[in-house]
Design a binder for this molecule. Structure first.
Ligand SMILES: *[C@@H]1O[C@H](CO)[C@@H](O)[C@H](O)[C@H]1NC(C)=O
Ligand SMILES: *[C@@H]1O[C@H](CO)[C@@H](O)[C@H](O)[C@H]1NC(C)=O
Ligand SMILES: *[C@@H]1O[C@H](CO)[C@@H](O)[C@H](O)[C@H]1NC(C)=O
Ligand SMILES: *[C@@H]1O[C@H](CO)[C@@H](O)[C@H](O)[C@H]1NC(C)=O
Ligand SMILES: *[C@@H]1O[C@H](CO)[C@@H](O)[C@H](O)[C@H]1NC(C)=O
Ligand SMILES: *[C@@H]1O[C@H](CO)[C@@H](O)[C@H](O)[C@H]1NC(C)=O
Ligand SMILES: *[C@@H]1O[C@H](CO)[C@@H](O)[C@H](O)[C@H]1NC(C)=O
Length: 502
């Protein structure tokens, strides 16, 4: 009976564990936009706002008032912006809330037509054009950034306020009493109209244009037929007083059978970087899920035949090469071509420290000898441990990896040609040559292509630097942005993610 009572307790405990792990899920990728990055966004936002406002239409202003010519109805129509100038603006974090755009000292000039008509007989009327100068214009708008249920980033204008200092009007062809009418009635209406217009246009820029650009954030990025990257946001971004952090799942997944990796990202140090516009922490978790997905897909294998070796390779794939290393193999099959079937037996593992990136691959190699009649006969299996030192870099918008040195450990696992003795020292020579000419080359063919950074369309990474840290590589970079009209179509390249383990 003791068992029975313990089960609910265990279940409750497990549920608690699940909740607490969920609440503290570390991101696989953390993306930070610094003050410098926001300043850059500011320059783009202000330029877009300027273009947008200049083409905005302004509603007619109408009313009626007592004037020296009697009670009149008046209207200002066809009002349009001639110029808009924003000499000073700031795009900043609003700690704990979101972002804030502040504009001050802006000025604008507008033109339009004026018209009035006396309400009673003799219905005196008049009209002409007018010019309007507005100065000391301010705007402050805050925006909320978040993540929707599908992990897409969202942005929405929250509160907006605008004020206008001085408004000067010049009525062409107008009587002087018009200025009194303006001072006592129209001035206030124009200010209200303009303030509303500024907030409306800015909100629209955020709610539509910015939202549309953000919608190109690649929450799911196809890498090849074996893998997609999950770049979903795992929580709302965090806004401190000097940067905004975006927390991204950062996990490779199988497109056909996605599942959670049985390991999780290590927590990242807070740090306070600010020299570059953007910082991206790429955790070992992300790289390790790539290894997991490719291992599970069974694609980390390679068959090495004599023709796959470089033409002038010093160790031909022939039993002659093994004459001294495995004498028995040569005795049984003298001067016969060989074939090696190599595959990884565990997911490749990445482990980064400030000293660099270690990559380790564990696999096996099956050796076959080709007979006179063309068929292959299995001879033995070796176990291999490969450890490599790699460097993470950024090329165009891709995170890439490059292996410089490789060390190979070897052991005999089984033999189909009876007891064999292997001269391990001699074998190591051959393996080192293989490692240098085949393994490094193959690893780098995959690594140099890399995979894309989580950025919206139109962003170009420039002057990126990569620094290894404890369980992560930190990419520090500036960016350049060119607004895109339509999201580029996702291409699905056919992957050739093979590694040779010989
Ligand atoms: C991506 O990761 C998020 C967060 O763990 C998860 O909710 C979502 O289902 C994943 N997306 C896919 C396509 O698996
Ligand atoms: C969010 O920012 C605050 C500072 O404003 C910081 O104390 C907190 O640790 C941050 N949270 C995360 C998850 O980074
Ligand atoms: C080896 O990888 C290829 C894809 O590169 C795959 O089609 C094949 O099934 C794999 N073979 C084994 C024995 O896992
Ligand atoms: C082998 O040939 C390649 C090109 O065919 C050449 O780059 C390389 O230097 C040669 N290696 C040796 C050891 O001769
Ligand atoms: C080739 O020869 C071997 C050994 O003599 C034999 O077992 C095998 O069946 C032969 N294969 C073919 C395709 O004839
Ligand atoms: C490879 O490493 C594993 C674990 O470190 C070890 O158990 C195994 O014996 C090694 N194999 C070889 C061939 O060195
Ligand atoms: C970036 O990575 C993707 C996915 O692996 C690849 O298709 C693309 O060619 C890479 N781009 C560059 C410039 O290497």
């Amino acid at each position: 009976m003791a068992n029975k009572s313990i089960i609910p307790i265990l279940t409750a405990f497990l549920a608690l564990l699940l909740i607490s792990t969920q609440a503290t899920t570390n991101p696989g990728v953390r993306l930070r936009i610094t003050d410098k990055g926001l300043q850059y966004v500011d320059s783009i936002a202000v330029q877009l706002l300027d273009e947008k406002i200049k083409t905005a239409s302004i509603p007619d202003i109408t009313g009626d008032a007592d004037t020296p010519v009697g009670h009149v109805s008046y209207s200002l129509s066809s009002i349009h912006f001639n110029s808009f100038s924003i000499p000073s603006s700031a795009f900043k974090t609003d700690p704990g809330v979101g972002l804030q755009l502040q504009i001050s000292g802006a000025s604008t000039s507008l033109s339009g037509n004026w018209h009035y008509r006396e309400d009673h007989w003799p219905h005196i009327s008049g009209g002409g054009s007018f010019d309007l100068d507005v100065s000391s214009l301010t705007l402050s708008i805050s925006m909320k950034l978040g993540a929707d249920s599908t992990g897409h980033p969202t942005i929405a204008a929250a509160s907006c306020s605008s004020s206008i200092g001085d408004v000067n009007i010049h009525f062409h062809g107008g009587a002087s009493w018009l200025y009194n009418l303006f001072d006592s009635y129209i001035d206030k209406k124009i200010k209200e109209t303009l303030q509303d217009k500024l907030c409306e246009e800015t909100s629209d820029l955020i709610n539509n244009n910015a939202e549309k650009e953000l919608s190109t954030f690649p929450v799911k990025k196809q890498i090849n037929k074996y893998a997609v990257i999950n770049y979903s946001l795992v929580s709302n971004p965090n806004f401190t007083d000097s940067y905004a952090d975006v927390f991204i799942k950062g996990e490779f997944q199988s497109p056909t059978a996605p599942k959670e990796a049985p390991f999780s990202p290590a927590s990242l140090p807070p740090e306070s970087e600010s020299v570059k516009m953007v910082y991206v922490w790429v955790t070992d978790y992300l790289l390790n899920t790539a290894g997991l997905v490719f291992q599970d897909a069974g694609v980390l294998n390679e068959t090495v035949t004599p023709s796959r070796l470089p033409p002038n390779f010093s160790y031909p794939l022939n039993t002659n090469t093994f004459k001294l290393i495995i004498p028995k193999l040569y005795q049984m099959y003298p001067n016969r071509p060989m074939k090696l079937v190599a595959y990884s037996t565990q997911r490749p593992k990445v482990s980064t420290t400030s000293a660099g990136v270690d990559l380790s691959i564990t696999g096996q190699v099956e050796s076959y000898v080709q007979l006179e009649n063309g068929s292959f006969v299995y001879t033995f299996t070796m176990g291999l441990n490969i450890s490599a030192l790699a460097k993470v870099a950024v090329r165009e918008n891709n995170i890439t990896g490059h292996v410089d040195t490789v060390k190979v450990g070897v052991s005999l696992i089984k033999s189909a040609i009876g007891d064999i003795t292997i001269d391990m020292k001699l074998l190591q020579f051959v393996l080192d040559a293989f490692a240098d000419k085949i393994i490094v080359k193959q690893l780098n063919e995959i690594g140099d292509i890399g995979f894309p950074l989580p950025v919206v369309n139109g962003i170009q990474v420039i002057n990126a630097q990569v620094m290894p840290g404890q369980n992560f590589n930190l990419i520090a970079t500036d960016v350049k942005y060119s607004p895109t009209t339509n999201a580029a179509l996702e291409k699905t390249p056919q992957g050739n993610n093979k590694i040779v383990i010989v």
